[in-house]
Design a protein around this ligand. Structure first.
Ligand SMILES: [Zn+2]
Length: 90
């Protein structure tokens, strides 16, 4: 997998606000299970690339894509294929 030079690599806290717009609760402490390697990672510790296009969230352990978030024309597209399970507090 090639990552373009223009990509900006950040940690999961960078998407806290974006996830907050989609989900109604605090998501940086939510835990996602990677569908590829089974690693359970808090959203705050995942690897985030913006401009990829949209936002791409990768597993800190195996680098698999966990989530893709694209925002535009008043809509969100949320691809959670790489997350087997997402757990968060009510
Ligand atoms: Zn993984």
């Amino acid at each position: 997998m090639t990552v373009q030079q223009s990509d900006l690599k950040l940690d999961g806290n960078a998407i806290g606000g974006l996830l907050r717009e989609i989900f109604t609760m605090e998501m940086t402490t939510a835990e996602g299970t990677c569908a590829s390697c089974g690693r359970v990672a808090m959203v705050g510790e995942v690897v985030v690339y913006v401009n990829a296009p949209g936002t791409v969230v990768r597993c800190p352990s195996c680098d698999a894509v966990l989530m893709r978030i694209v925002q535009g024309r008043g809509k969100y597209w949320l691809d959670l294929t790489g997350v087997r399970c997402l757990e968060f507090s009510a």
